[in-house]
Write a protein that binds this ligand. Sequence first.
Ligand SMILES: *Cc1c(COP(=O)(O)O)cnc(C)c1O
Length: 386
Amino acid sequence: MIPYGKQDISQHDIDAVVEVLKSDFLTQGPQVPLFESKIMATTKANHAIAVNSATSALHLACLALGLSKGDVVWTSPISFVASANCALYCGADVDFVDIDPDTYNLSTNALENKLTHAKQNNLPLPNIVIPVHLCGQPCDMDKIHELSKTYSFAIIEDASHAIGGKYKSNPIGGCQFSDIAVFSFHPVKIITTAEGGVATTNNAKLAKRMALLRNHGITRDDKLMTEPTHGAWYYQQIELGFNYRMTEMQAALGISQLTKLFEFVNKRNKLAKRYNEKLRDFPLTLPEQTSDSYSTRHLYVIQLKLAEITLSHQQVFDALRQKNIGVNLHYIPIHLQPFYKNRGSKVGQFPNAENYYKRAISIPLFHQMTDEQQDSVIQALKDILL
Ligand SMILES: *Cc1c(COP(=O)(O)O)cnc(C)c1O
């Protein structure tokens, strides 16, 4: 089976992890701060907080921005469930903004309309908006940032797919147009630490709060303590935090993986370009890249032109799997998940997202993919569709 995505682990990566295993620190040592400094250098953000997953980073980001009961988060229905769940962890509510049918990202027109409508009708306005750079294609951050000024909401970029990408020549994660950006290092993402994530920000207060909450709400910093120290052993819990720490092995793997980031993203763009050329005359809608940005091509999503083929979406998907092409579907609209339907969301609420879901298939694209593997994906599509 040719997988839809796959990590690339080199001997250098393995050596880096083994070295940490032989060292004094398996956790809370020098590797995590070093990894954070490399993330800052890559993204040009002033602060980076490494954690055990992007899900944890999203949770900490919401908490640092003060999200709580009675508040609302708006995000895209076409994302992994974690983009929405983070709001509920904080006791807040979540609502969705329909996608743009061309980029599959949260539509800024739909966002503007929903904001205007909410304001006019005294409906809840969002405290935080979480745009997701789906497949690595950056959202229209300029516009979202502009709207945030008028409607005073905070912005967390879910950049889980987008490390190494650029928006208007700024590296994703530099937070020029957001409060916090979040990356995932799950093995299917651009670079991996097995499990892991990071939050970047230019706001020192937010960074401090995320660092505190990552580690139980415990501090050894005299300036943060509310009572005099008892002695050199002393630490103080000043808030209810979590254990969301990243291990030293993960950070060492991340440091090693980061050295290959641009090679990875470059290769993904080459593969995407090759798909674009070779699939041009197929009954498919292909992913286009907006001219002001550089996508990481984390996923290559094709959409079936169902009116031009005899098979159904599911039949094409199954036929590809039968030919050993490890296709997948990113994503099932979050509002159609039983959990969210039980909370009141309904079929038909976000038609562009639901339309996308009826046609989309993620075909294999990963850094080590060979031309031969890519050709067999193309041949399988040809056999099935033409
Ligand atoms: C993978 C992913 C997450 C969650 O990342 P983890 O590191 O697995 O917690 C969140 N949002 C999006 C868009 C993702 O693709």
